[in-house]
Design a protein around this ligand. Structure first.
Ligand code: HEC
Length: 146
């Protein structure tokens, strides 16, 4: 990094500034589009807990966020997977393909991460469903167009 900046400085300070801007753009992009390799617990904490709360107890305030804790609706693997992939009324879709343009505020996660977080919520917070979904199954399900 230092050497890039020093080399760029020979070409004028503008080159140095644009190098830094590119790097900032790249790190912002990866933070908003993927969380690959994260565990279900990490994914839940980073993405879902903002609305469904840390203990999955849900919340009522500006909107109504249903509890996922001890939620009989989670019995259906497909229902949970489709909800995370495509969204549901007030809940955004998380299964959009990674977008090379800047889409601030949107979160897109990989099929593998969707499988992780679906399996996590169905086996935590008082939910004890032991059947698991795979990344390959998520991949075969409908995804949002864009
Ligand atoms: C921006 C807020 C928001 C985020 C973030 C969010 N949800 Fe939701 N979720 C909602 C809302 C609102 C609903 C109720 C949708 C409706 O009207 O049926 C919902 C519903 C659900 C349901 C259906 C529950 C039921 O009893 O029918 C599941 C399952 C679910 N969310 C899982 C998740 C998971 C897993 C994540 C993280 C990957 C997540 N949600 C992230 C807002 C959110």
């Amino acid at each position: 990094m230092k050497s890039i900046c020093v080399a760029a400085a020979l070409l004028g300070s503008l080159a140095c500034v644009s190098t830094l801007a590119d790097q900032t753009g790249m790190s912002m992009r990866s933070a908003t589009t993927t969380a690959t390799g994260a565990s279900g617990a990490e994914l839940y904490g980073h993405i879902c807990a903002g609305c469904h709360m840390v203990q999955a107890q849900g919340a009522i305030g500006a909107g109504k966020y249903p509890a996922l804790a001890s939620d009989p609706a989670l019995k259906s693997l497909d229902y949970v997977a489709v909800t995370v992939l495509l969204g549901r009324r007030g809940m955004p879709a998380f299964g959009k393909p990674a977008d090379p343009s800047f889409n601030f505020g949107e979160v897109h996660i990989s099929d593998a991460d969707i499988a992780e977080v679906v399996n996590f919520v169905r086996s935590h917070f008082g939910n004890q469903y032991s059947d698991k979904i795979t990344a390959a199954k998520i991949e075969s399900m409908p995804h949002p167009i864009n």
